[in-house]
Design a protein around this ligand. Structure first.
Ligand code: AMP
Length: 408
């Protein structure tokens, strides 16, 4: 394996010390092992601390939870018992993740948090609220329920966060969110986090936020800093062998492998079928139920390699993805950015890794990608898989591919 001398260009990392945080918070961040802010944190935290309403476009795995959790913890008064911050989330699981992150970052201060979600005993939640909750985190349905029972009082609220606003609107939470926002004091600060910014989310922001300031880190900035990106030059008919060797060498925790077409995804899946366990394919022709099942298994870590087309792969946010493999070069540069944005290894010491297979004829496409992301990909070379014109040598080497698959 060789890397050539092209140096990737990345901006210098930001520092927590420069974001206007209290000394207490800086100590806590050091204790939890966060060395430097992620791009969304570096842009969003100072804006939120200034007190204005803000929208942040960022997906899971980029540190977006701490981007709003830190400003919450810097704004609330832990001495007071009233509810001062409310975080609305689309799902029970996300509500719990958010609560865990806030509890991790509260240090040893007594900032009482409660998770208010459906499908869990309401009596426990009523009890917690009676004892005083400073930060409430929950799904809109249960929050409305608790407001109707007059168990939750939002009249002293300082901050409201709408986390994954696009998903909340997709699920149909809009009427509930509006009802809740109407019960919050006008003086509150509103923060909105979303992976995408479709018109319904923009309308919600316009209607319920005061002159919102936007931070968009859904694309390049996240990509540049957290993912090592390589390209492998290979002949079209030897891509499968290269993939097998690459998987054996890299041993990904989880890999997402992109093909351009649904047929291409099926073809690749069939090559693996019966030879390597924990591989699945997902594309738009599969029934929704099957797609949901595959996605759930991938999220649970039961599937290690998932082959996907662009349309379906775009929606995948799974924090265990360590590797993206572009088995086919993406059709557009934007697709490249979306594809490699799927790795989420911020919490790990290892950055995510992305490999793009290119044939000799696709040099121009590679250059277009490099121009789009303003960064040169490094060449990654596996012995025996350099493109070659000599068919006899090629046929001889192809025979060894079968034995590699067992170690992938
Ligand atoms: P999130 O995008 O909020 O789901 O965060 C993804 C993971 O990154 C979580 O496990 C966080 O605890 C972790 N994390 C958030 N911010 C940082 C940071 N600045 N440095 C290291 N890890 C972080």
């Amino acid at each position: 394996m060789e890397h050539d001398s092209k140096e990737p260009v990345a901006p210098p990392p930001a520092r927590f010390e420069d974001l206007g945080l209290s000394d207490d918070m800086l100590d806590i961040l050091e204790d939890v092992g966060y060395e430097s802010p992620s791009p969304i944190q570096a842009s969003f935290i100072p804006l939120a601390l200034s007190g204005v309403d803000c929208t942040g476009q960022a997906r899971t795995g980029t540190g977006k939870t701490a981007a709003f959790a830190i400003p919450i913890l810097e704004t609330i008064d832990p001495e007071s018992d009233v509810t001062q911050a409310l975080v609305l989330c689309p799902t029970r699981e996300l509500s719990e993740q958010v609560a865990n992150e806030i509890m991790k970052l509260r240090g040893n201060r007594d900032v009482r948090c409660a998770v208010l979600v459906g499908g869990r005993p309401i009596n426990k939640q009523l009890n917690e609220l009676r004892q005083g909750v400073i930060v409430a985190i929950g799904t809109p349905g249960r929050v409305i329920d608790l407001l109707t029972r007059r168990a939750l009082d939002l009249s002293k609220l300082k901050m409201v966060v709408l986390d994954e606003a696009d998903r909340m609107l997709d699920i149909g939470f809009r009427p509930d969110i509006e009802k809740i926002l109407k019960r919050c004091p006008e003086s509150r600060q509103t923060l909105l986090l979303t992976a995408t910014l479709p018109p319904p989310v923009e309308r919600l922001a316009r209607r319920y936020m005061r002159d919102p300031q936007g931070v968009d880190l859904s694309k390049d900035a996240v990509v540049v800093q957290t993912i090592d990106q390589y390209f492998c030059t290979v002949d079209e008919d030897r891509k499968f062998g290269l993939l097998v060797r690459l998987l054996a060498r890299e041993r990904p925790q989880q890999a997402l492998i992109f093909t351009r077409t649904k047929r291409g995804a099926d073809r690749l899946f069939n090559k693996f079928y019966g030879r390597l366990p924990n591989v699945e394919a997902i594309h738009g022709d599969l029934p929704q139920k099957q797609r949901d099942r595959v996605m759930q298994s991938f999220r649970d870590g039961k599937i290690r390699m998932l082959i996907a087309t662009d349309v379906v792969g775009r929606g995948i946010d799974v924090s265990g993805i360590s590797h993206i493999i572009n088995y086919d070069v993406p059709e557009s540069c934007d697709d490249y950015v979306h594809r490699i944005g799927r790795t989420g290894r911020l919490s790990s010491d290892e950055p995510g890794r992305a490999f793009t297979f290119v044939t000799r004829q696709q040099g121009k496409e590679l250059t277009n990608i490099e121009m789009r992301i303003n960064k040169l990909l490094e060449s990654f070379h596996i012995d025996g898989y350099e493109p070659c014109r000599d068919d006899r040598r090629r046929n001889g080497r192809a025979a060894s591919e079968g034995s590699d698959i067992a170690s992938a």
